[in-house]
Write a protein that binds this ligand. Sequence first.
Ligand SMILES: Nc1ncnc2c1ncn2[C@@H]1O[C@H](COP(=O)(O)OP(=O)(O)OP(=O)(O)O)[C@@H](O)[C@H]1O
Ligand SMILES: [Mg+2]
Length: 417
Amino acid sequence: MTAVDVSVQLPSGTEIPAGVLREEPSPTGGAPFVSFRYHAEYLAAPGSYALSPELHLDTGLQRPPVHRPMFLGFEDAGPDRWGRDLLQEEERLLARHDGRPYGRLSALDSLLRVSDSTRQGAVRFWSDGAPLGRSALPDRVDTVDWPRLLAAAADAEAGRNVAAALEILFQFGSASPGGARPKVQVTDDSGSLWLAKVPAHGDRWDVSLWEEVTLTLAARAGIRVPPHRLERVGEGRSILLLRRFDREDGRRIGYRSARTLLQLDDHEIDRRSYTDLAGALRRTASTEDVHELFRRVAFTLLVGNLDDHMRNHGLLRTKTGWRLSPMFDVNPHWGSGFDSTPIVPSGPTRRREIHELLDVADAFDLSTDTAMTILREVEYATRDWAATAIGAGAEQENLEPFAALFDGPARDWVRNR
Ligand SMILES: Nc1ncnc2c1ncn2[C@@H]1O[C@H](COP(=O)(O)OP(=O)(O)OP(=O)(O)O)[C@@H](O)[C@H]1O
Ligand SMILES: [Mg+2]
C-alpha cells in the first residue's frame, strides 16, 4: 500500500503537512483507489481548508465515492489528457526497458508523476521527506529554443522519437497543468512561471493567436485575465504565453476547478449549467464572482467560444476563501456535434442564445436592467474583434470565417434590443 504525504501551502504562505494519501486495492479486482486522512494539526491550523469538497474536515479515514478512484480536488493537481498521454507513453517505455508488464497508470501514479515544480495549485506530494514528481527546470522565455520544443511536442503527438521528445517536454514541466492541447512551461526573468500553449497537430487555424485576441477583448470587457503575450513562430503559427495565476512571488496558490466544485465526473463536465455554477459560486465564493460569471458567459456567447466545460472554469484560494480565477481557455470555435455548457439546467448545449442568459439574470443576482447593461458593455468591448486580430498579427484574408462567430446572432440580438 503506497503511502504519500500531502502538504499544502496556505494563503498565508506557510506550507504545512496536511495528511496522508494511500493507494488501496479495489475489493472487486478493479482499478485501485485512494484513501485520505487529514492530520489533526492541519485541521487546527489557521486558514486550513478542505482539499476537495468531498473531503470533510475531520481526522477519520476517507474514501472517494465508489465509482471514483480519486478525490477530485487532487485530480486538479494532476494531468488531464495531454499530460496523461505523455506519462502513459513514458510508462510504456519504462516497462519495456525494465522487462515488466505494461499497464494503465493508476490515478495516483499519474498524479504523482507530474512535475513538482510546475504542479497546479498549492498541494504537493512527498515520500520520505522528498517531493514526488520530477523537478522540471523550464528555461527562461528569452532563451527557449522554440523550434526544438515544438518539434518535441509534434513528435510526442505523432508517436515519433518518443523517448527524446518526452525528455525535452518533461524538462519543461509539460505534463501539467491540465488540458488536452500541447503545452509547456517557461519562466520569465524574475523567475515567475508561465504556461506556453503551443500549436497542435491538425490545427486548422492559429489557435493561440485567436486565444490572444479573446484575452485582449476580455480585459476590455471588464473580465480578469492573466498577463499574456503571443510569440510568433512561423507562418500562421504562434505560442500563447500566460503567466501562471496559481503562483505569486514563488508561492503556490490553491486551485479548484468548477468540475470539482460541482463534483462532476468526466462525462458530466458539460452537463451542468451556468445557473448551477452561479449557485455554487454564491455559496463558496462571492456575489462579485457570480456577477463576473455572468459577464464571462455573455463574453463566451459573443466570441463564439464552445469549449466552455467545467474544467475551463476555476477558483483560487485566497485569505478570505475561494475566488473565481482569472479567465482562461476561451477560444472562438466552429463546432458541429460539439456540446457546450447549457445556460440553464436541461437547456440547449448547441446554438445557445444570449436571451436565455438575460432571462435568468436573477440566478446571477442581477436585475434585468443591470444584466442588460453588462450585455451591452461586453458587446461594445468585443465589437472591434477584427482590428484586434489584425493587431495581434492575423492576416486580413483569414478574418472572414471568424465573422460568423464574432458577428453572429448574439451580437445582433444585443445591438437590436
Ligand atoms: N494562466 C494560468 N495559470 C495557471 N493555470 C492555468 C492558466 N491557464 C490555464 N491554467 C490551467 O491549465 C489547464 C489547461 O489550460 P487550458 O484549459 O488553457 O488548456 P487546453 O489544453 O486548451 O484545455 P482544453 O482541454 O479544455 O482544450 C486549465 O484547465 C487550468 O487548470
Ligand atoms: Mg482547457
